[in-house]
Design a protein around this ligand. Sequence first.
Ligand code: 4NP
Length: 173
Amino acid sequence: MPSHTAPHRPITKEEPYGICFVCLGNICRSPTGEGVFIDLVKKEQVEDYFYIDSAGTAAYHTGEPANSKSQATANTYGVHLPSRARQFEAADYTSFDLVLAMDASNHSDLARLDQQNQYAHKLMMLRDFDPTPEDRNVPDPYYGGMAGFEHVFAIVRRSCETLLHQLLPHIKP
Ligand code: 4NP
């Protein structure tokens, strides 16, 4: 069982729960998190209770759609990746309940943006929710082959399923 719990509050349609998935480029891992979570909340018919986004710690790929291999992998599982890359900004901490770093480097970059250390409770690693974490990091698939993208998808999906199941009891219809 994962030892971590997402910060929670009553989740209503008036105050939906915001999650921002964050990686380095915002073209591979975090768009996969965003697309998978959107797919899961639609399947649970709770999409009105969440707002889901993704961002990168770097701005290299601003405006780009998700990587074609990430899209192809997700599409195999019926998941659409709608993201356009953007850089995470400190102000995003005020908009989201939970900011999920894909790896330790993303986590330290995000922690540095929280200059007053006000939002530490909102910043977690996606794999804090992985029921079978062999590692804390979602490995960067960018320079590798399709197997890496498949591996990322599997990690992201099981972690997102665990997270959503932690949050569902807090929904107040
Ligand atoms: P991501 O993958 O962080 O999962 O989107 C990467 C994409 C691009 C680069 C690095 C990682 N890059 O160096 O351009």
